[in-house]
Design a protein around this ligand. Structure first.
Ligand code: FUL
Length: 457
């Protein structure tokens, strides 16, 4: 808006020297972080909250994490490869999308690409007729999950890798296959590992992807930041440091770059390794990861690894199911739904419907959203969700409970964003309020939810 106004003023002014003045004037206008808004695709992607990334390939047969590109394709021979089993296990955990590593750093392709012989087509699996990208995409869609791919730029097999221009052509042709043959890609993972010192034509890569997949969200780590729509958190521990803001500054430009945190289900390992069951993360740890990723307004990407049969191990499947059940047990029964009558505006935050929201008075910088109950309720968690379509507005907030004739603060925070989980010792009250202590532009709250999780009791 501000920029359009500047243009209009500049058009009214005549004369070349004034061009400079216009440029300075435009520069001088500060852009606040709340002026930066997400794209509709970013908003939609943020609503997915939780996805899985699947690593499977020759490494799964050779007890390796980073293959060196010399593995014989003949080692890839899973007797029971079943992407539907992977997808169902992910769904039971609550995941809403699946990213398949179509090519890892070893260069082995999980689809029968026309660009190299180093693929499933050269393996004995299904007589060389198999296509794991297709099978996984179809399984995901069949069960209502979105699909995406990881195509490693770093390639330790392909001889053309030594010649950046020739390798770009190779990578672009692979990308064209992936983005034109398998339906909609929700996420495209651009991994930076191993690529230091190599030059890629990332501009062309993104251009090619966008030709076929205008809505795909490009995941990129900080080194490739300008090509991404979403950013890597910077660790693989499953934690998003708080505070987490969606708008970050890069070289003086503010950009909406929501964060994704990737962490494997088995500690340290993205691929399956034999005898590694002890590294399967316990439910408590997964819950902590969930609360420190989704609960801090970011995206959780959990790594799953089929074994040398091509199946997720039974223990992993069971753990995913337990984890999904634990999240539902904690965050399935929203006590705010039992509130006493509220006006239509407040109702927007209490109705459990993420498509409606409470709006603080227009232009306000502070406000309160109060909820009353017919009888006192006991709760130890509050989940708040900000309506982000118009930007991230809430800069400081508090949760307060009415106790013994006064408001007591039980939690406070700064960034709220897509979803914020606040935990505290159990509180029993018949009135609870969310106080917006500072917002740039009026606060809009999609959900204000209360839970009694019993955690730590
Ligand atoms: C990293 C890779 O080096 C790991 O092997 C794994 O694929 C992880 C998801 O991304 O950068």
């Amino acid at each position: 808006m501000k920029r359009m106004a500047t243009k209009r003023i500049c058009r009214m002014l005549v004369g070349a020297p004034l061009l400079l003045a216009c440029a300075v004037f435009a520069q001088a206008q500060s852009v606040n972080f709340t002026d930066v808004k997400p794209t509709p695709q970013q908003v939609e992607w943020q609503d997915l909250e939780f996805g899985v990334i699947i690593h499977f390939g020759t490494n799964s047969f050779l007890n390796r994490e980073w293959g060196d590109g010399t593995a014989d394709p003949k080692v890839f021979n899973p007797a029971q490869a079943d992407p539907e089993q992977w997808v169902l296990a992910a769904k039971a955990a609550g995941a809403r999308y699946v990213v398949l590593v179509a090519k890892h750093h070893d260069g082995f392709c999980l689809w029968p690409t026309e660009q190299t012989a180093y693929s499933v087509a050269a393996s004995p699996w299904l007589g060389g007729k198999g296509d794991l990208v297709r099978m996984t995409a179809e399984a995901a869609r069949k069960h209502g999950l979105r699909f995406g791919v990881y195509l490693s730029p770093w390639d330790r097999h392909e001889p053309r890798y030594k010649d950046p221009a020739a390798y770009d052509q190779y990578y672009l042709a692979e990308l064209e296959e992936l983005s034109s043959r398998y339906g909609e890609l929700t996420e495209f993972w651009l991994d930076g590992a191993g690529s230091a010192g190599h030059t890629y034509d990332f501009k062309k890569i993104i251009e090619t992807l966008r030709t076929y997949q205008p809505n795909a969200q490009v995941f990129a780590d900080t080194g490739l930041f300008e090509y991404g729509d979403i950013r890597w958190v910077g660790n693989e521990d499953g934690t998003i440091p708080y505070e987490n803001w969606n708008v970050i500054d890069r070289h003086g430009f503010l950009r909406w770059r929501p964060v994704e945190v990737d962490t494997p289900l088995r500690k340290q390992h993205w691929f399956w390794h034999p005898g590694d069951e002890a590294s399967l993360k316990p439910v408590d740890e997964l819950m902590k990861t969930y609360e420190e990723s989704v609960g801090r307004g970011g995206q959780l990407m959990l790594g799953l690894a089929p074994d040398d049969r091509g199946l997720l191990p039974e223990a992993d499947v069971a753990r995913l199911k337990e984890f999904g059940a634990a999240v539902r047990a904690r965050y399935g029964a929203n006590l705010a739904l039992e509130h006493a009558a509220a006006d239509a505006n407040v109702e927007g935050a209490l109705d459990g419907d993420q498509d409606t929201f409470w709006s603080a008075p227009g232009g306000s910088h502070s406000a309160a959203l109060e909820v009353a109950f017919a009888r006192p309720v006991t709760f130890d968690r509050v989940v708040t969700m900000e309506w982000l379509n118009d930007g991230q507005h809430v800069q400081k907030y508090a949760i307060e409970a009415w106790e013994k004739g006064r408001w007591r603060r039980v939690a406070e925070g700064r960034a709220m964003g897509h979803k914020k989980i606040d935990a505290f010792a159990p509180v029993t009250a018949a009135r609870v309020r969310l106080r917006i202590l500072a917002s740039e532009g009026e606060a809009r709250i999609r959900e204000f939810q209360l839970y009694d999780t019993g955690a730590g009791r």
